[in-house]
Design a protein around this ligand. Structure first.
Ligand SMILES: [Zn+2]
Length: 320
């Protein structure tokens, strides 16, 4: 089973009208059909919300001015996933049962909140875990909780409170998009399960959106996972991205982390970029990735990167 740890499925449907249930929209690659056909069995489906002040955000008016609006938008995204009959995996047992019964064509999801502003206050976290949220990234740009991409800064007091609430509710922490200072502060504070869902090696493509070797190593030391983004600007500094770039970042982060068992996919495909910025025009080309990874890793390691590593991680990190 292939696992993809970052897809903005509901955002694309609600903000841009690119629904999940039919074929991918022209110029895009993700839909239930394309995921099923490619053998993707589990995705981390995001609750992504765009702040109105981020002008460089996607060209849409589906944006929030305050946390109340962010919450309403994220609830709409949860409801979108439910209306698609996408099974939401919330516990170790549900995961084990799903993996046992899986056959090619089935797709389920784990809910990942990207940017924590929809959590109106940390004391509301339980409402979100009740809705199925199992992973939270505190930032996108800066949020009320944390400095983010292009917005340097640490954790706010609210951010520290949210981490405590996440620990109590057994929510997984996603470092992707968190500003460097916030990452350092979170690593000091946090003792729970940790991932970077969709960030590539900063050593190859510089920028605060990417992950340093030191952070990759620390995430791995804690048994966490690193998801490889398929966005061209995360894969290379110029020119058209290809699967060779995906392999390059995988090999680099595996080395930084101490092994490929800490690396998986977190493609972010269609997440604010179309197939011109993806390493392929059709998701079915994902089938070429294992052979390319096989030049660097054993067959078992390749299967791990394609999905097994995320499943292992979730088996440990999801609540009972
Ligand atoms: Zn993102």
């Amino acid at each position: 089973m292939i696992v993809d740890a970052h897809l903005d499925i509901a955002w694309n449907a609600i903000s841009a009208g690119r629904g999940f249930l039919s074929a991918p929209a022209p110029g895009y690659v993700i839909s239930r059909q394309s995921l099923s056909a490619a053998g993707v069995g589990l995705v981390f489906a995001t609750l992504y919300t765009a702040p109105a002040h981020a002008k460089h955000a996607m060209s849409t008016r589906f944006v929030y001015e305050n946390e109340r609006e962010a919450a309403i938008m994220a609830v709409a995204e949860v409801n979108y996933y439910k209306s698609c009959d996408l099974q939401l995996i919330g516990t170790k047992e549900e995961l084990a049962a799903y993996v046992r019964g899986w056959r090619k064509g089935k797709v389920a999801a784990v809910l990942l909140m990207e940017g924590a502003d929809p959590v109106e206050t940390p004391s509301h976290l339980g409402a979100w875990t009740d809705m199925g949220v199992r992973i939270i990234g505190l930032a996108w740009g800066a949020t009320r909780y944390s400095g983010g991409t292009g917005a340097a800064g640490g954790l706010t007091d609210l951010g520290l409170q949210l981490l405590k609430a996440m620990k109590r509710k057994k929510v997984i922490l996603d470092l992707s998009h968190m500003a460097e200072q916030a990452v350092e502060e979170a690593l000091d504070e946090w003792r729970g399960p940790i991932i970077s869902s969709h960030s590539n090696a900063r050593a190859i493509v510089p920028g605060d959106r990417q992950i340093t070797d030191a952070t990759a190593s620390e995430v791995a030391r804690r048994g966490g996972m690193l998801g490889i983004s398929f966005y061209a600007h995360h894969l290379r500094t110029s020119g058209r991205a290809s699967l060779a770039d995906v392999v390059r970042h995988t090999v680099h982060l595996a080395r930084a982390a101490g092994g490929p068992e800490f690396v998986g996919l977190g493609t972010d495909l269609d997440g604010g970029f179309d197939s011109r910025y993806a390493p392929f025009k059709k998701l079915e080309e994902l089938k070429d990735l294992p052979a390319r990874l096989g030049k660097h890793f054993s067959r078992a390691q390749v299967e791990g990167v394609m999905g097994g590593n995320w499943l292992e991680f979730l088996t440990r990190a999801l609540p009972d």
